[in-house]
Design a protein around this ligand. Structure first.
Ligand SMILES: [Cu+2]
Length: 166
């Protein structure tokens, strides 16, 4: 999942030099985007809303990278068990540390902040691409507790309303 380019580079390295030089380097290095998610104590747009990821839903393309930024202290980002596509790698960031994940497999990725999941600090990444819907029902059917349960119901509702689940 991470270091796709490096891995691809390693694979190419096993081939012939002619094959490497024939490849348009720009299309390998330049075609993917990076997206940022802030980890916050308070929503700048609604101060009553505490402990959150901003944005809490994002849509990206397969191969894009998401960087979680510890704008406020005390947070991490980690994937939620049962809420990533088959073949995707889970992640678990350290508290107060930035973490970047490159998501190569299309589908639905749930993430959470371990210290604040019970306060509803969760989020959803929708990776567009072939086979995107394969893990939708599995991801939706994962059981959650406390405020996370309500927060996930709300996120799926938002994702449905935004047309991200079709
Ligand atoms: Cu948190």
């Amino acid at each position: 999942m991470k270091f796709t380019i490096t891995r691809r580079g390693a694979l190419l390295g096993a081939g012939s030099l002619a094959a490497i030089s024939a490849l348009p380097i720009g299309t390998i290095a330049g075609s993917h985007s990076t997206h940022e998610v802030q980890m916050l104590n308070k929503d700048p747009d609604n101060p009553k809303n505490k402990m959150l990821f901003a944005p809490h839903i994002l849509t990206i393309n397969a191969g894009d990278t998401v960087t979680f930024i510890p704008s406020d202290k005390g947070h991490n980002s980690e994937s939620v068990k049962g809420m990533i596509p088959d073949g995707a790698e889970k992640w678990k960031g350290k508290i107060n540390k930035e973490i970047s994940v490159t998501l190569d497999v299309a589908g639905f990725y749930g993430f959470q902040c371990k210290p604040h999941v019970n306060m509803g600090m969760i989020g959803l990444i929708v990776v567009e691409g072939d086979g995107k819907l394969a893990n939708l029902e599995d991801a939706k059917s994962v059981k959650h507790r406390g405020k996370a349960k309500k927060a996930w119901a709300k996120i799926w509702e938002e994702a449905d309303a935004a047309g991200l689940t079709v």
